[in-house]
Design a protein around this ligand. Sequence first.
Ligand code: NAD
Length: 374
Amino acid sequence: MKIAVVSEQASGERRVAATPETARKFIALGAEVAVEAGAGAGAAIADSDYAAAGAALGDRAATLAGAEIVLAVQPPAADSLVGVAPGAWVVAIMAPFGDGRGRVEAYAAAGYEALAMDLMPRITRAQSMDVLSSQSNLAGYKAVIDAAAEYGRAFPMMMTAAGTVSAARVFVMGVGVAGLQAIATARRLGAQVSATDVRSATKEQILSLGAKPVFVEAVAGIEGEGSGGYAGEMSPEYQKAQAELVSAHIAKQDIVITTALIPGRAAPRLVSDAQLATMRPGSVLVDLAVEQGGNVEGAVAGEIVERHGVRIIGHRNTASRLAADSAALYSRNLYNFLSTFWDKEQGRPVLDAEIGDAVRLTRGGAVVNARLLS
Ligand code: NAD
């Protein structure tokens, strides 16, 4: 069983899908690991570290030759996987909806079995394989650090001989994995933090981190909970009530971090241009949903833009901005996934139905995932 770790082709992608640690562990399971030379450079991992772990280093063709499993972060183009074994597994963050659909069809046509780590079910036994959590956690942290770097004032209150510097007011919108880490990070930096979500279950989590919950109470009968612990799309009444609540709150905030996503749909619009205009000049917004359509009106993917004196940070791929850590956690997620299902007799992983059916996009030349067929 040969596992190939390819270097990432997408611009700005600094992560890598295996570290020397996970390469060594795959080898201990009996696999052969080949790493494309330079694959770890963006995450500060030298080829020699992979070699010391027992991996073979080579060019892309040598790395892929005969591989039965290809590990990647971003989905590699099907036609860039020349020489892999027939029916090879391709494991990556597949983003298979919308624009990603064509790529999935291409994997099917090539006969590959594409496995989408981003479709891992949110169940207890899959927590250690959950790449969305590991990457969102780091993105939530980095969003606050990015905001602090752009903000021309301090986060903590400081009482000095020359006078008092007041604490920054930070508002986190969307309290999933990234939002919780953003709250914790902003609190550690000494900010006064408030947060909102549509799922009422997050209220207690916000309080437990020492932040203030800001919730729509006026619209009865709405829990905001869709399936699998994710948010659903909200009714027009709720959206109106939320907009009014946000308008009243946001004018008093210095930093806003937005993380709200709805699986399979465009990100909900949470901050309008008119609301931005009420903020104090010098305020900073970070839109972590910018690549899914954006929570903030005027946010531009890959740019920092200024509107009404307020800066909107729209970095793409925030997790990759902490590549050494995000690659290490991503690689462990992949190892946990493949090793959990490792069949010693066959010398390869054999997935069970619950997780296999959730993550498998293609098999035997066809698209097989229920979420893509419905
Ligand atoms: P996500 O990235 O899909 O969304 C981020 C947050 O935005 C969510 O909290 C969502 O409720 C919120 N949101 C959506 N629309 C909104 C709106 N209009 N206004 C305000 N907020 C809005 O979420 P996530 O980080 O993937 O977490 C989703 C859930 O899954 C959480 O309950 C989390 O605890 C749970 N989870 C479970 C596991 C597991 O058991 N394996 C692992 C990770 C996360």
